[in-house]
Design a binder for this molecule. Sequence first.
Ligand code: IMP
Ligand code: MG
Length: 184
Amino acid sequence: MKELISAEQLDAGIRKMAEQITRTVGDRPLTVIGVLTGSVVLLADLIRQLKMPLRVGFVQASSYQGQVERGQLELDTAILPDVVDREILLVDDIFDTGHTLDEVQKMIQSMKPRLIHTAVLLYKLGRQEVDIRPDYSAFEIPDEFVVGYGLDYRDQYRNLPFVAVLEEADLARDDPVEPGNAQA
Ligand code: IMP
Ligand code: MG
């Protein structure tokens, strides 16, 4: 495994993103919604850099890893707070194809919030399949599979304090994925 973004770089990047968000939102109240599970580390660090009054909520995104080409995305809104007429900041770990953020944003949009901002830690270059772009992204990365700081490979490595590229040897170690639901 090869370190791509160090803990110090993550810290600086998230501070910068928090400043950009603050410049836009000012001291208006914000509802910060994390897409589980990958956003939790970013969300925990990001909200501590934000000074406006804010509430925190989550939505669970899972993709079905079966025979189908791209996993069917399932959204569980059971623990989503009230978003009607609220200013929302939607937070996810990575913008890859963009389908996850696109679908979560559409789902929340249908619930009549006042405004939605979107923030991701990582923007993977050359992968986008949707029209939207995140409003804020802390780092652009090449098209490689990364783990750490919330991002997983088969639900492992989320606890790494840095972002690393997973190498062939790390991938080869494991058994094939069983069909089933994987938390995003
Ligand atoms: P998207 O829907 O293709 O934008 O992918 C979003 C989700 O895919 C993220 O929330 C992650 O759970 C997962 N994902 C995409 N790329 C990576 C990666 O490089 N490492 C770990 N997870 C990833
Ligand atoms: Mg994931």
